[in-house]
Design a protein around this ligand. Sequence first.
Ligand code: GRF
Length: 224
Amino acid sequence: MSLPIAVLISGGGSNLQSIIEKMEDNILDVDIRMVLSNKADAYGLKRAEAYGIPTAALSHKDFSSREEFDTEMVRILKEAGVEAVVMAGFMRIITPVFLNAFPGKIINIHPAILPSFPGVDGQGDAAKYGVRLAGCTVHFVDEKMDHGAVIIQAAVPAYPGEDEDDLRKRILKQEHRILPQATQWLAQGRLSMEDRFVKLVEADVELAERDTMSLVNPPLEKGF
Ligand code: GRF
């Protein structure tokens, strides 16, 4: 039984693309009912349309408050039968109106190893800091930005002074693996939370080939 999900975006949608492709390859047990963006010109909307996935674009300028914006987002997603939400480059803070509509079912990808470098430019902040390890995190979304319980993280080497774009690309490659993996665990009902600790129910599945340029924990399963 596929989990009906929505994917929220604000930009290019390469993370959305990785989820769509794994769904199309029957690796991901999800049914993307809606791709919603707060930017009407987000290229990710075109990626969804190319697969016949319904899309919606909401401009915050059309709403008098964050709560009103979130109320409309919830209406659109509930109408589409959405049961879980994947935030993939969605650059808006959500309110309890949205959180309470999908309790424990909202996950987000952040391009840094939280709690380091939260905020709008995790990759750039890590690069400017001169870290030796950078990476990305998928976490449950709670009322604070980039703060929810951690599901999976990937670390990649960083070279102080390197071209920031090279680091962004290295991190993005791992984002495209850990976000679909976390989405699959959500779809399989294998994730639970005890305070800040996420528990992953083990399953008899093959692990992916070890990738020597990254350290991923929990380890990726075959197909991701
Ligand atoms: C990604 O690094 C994501 O983590 C960040 O924006 C970048 C582009 O994401 N929020 P996408 O290509 O729109 O998925």
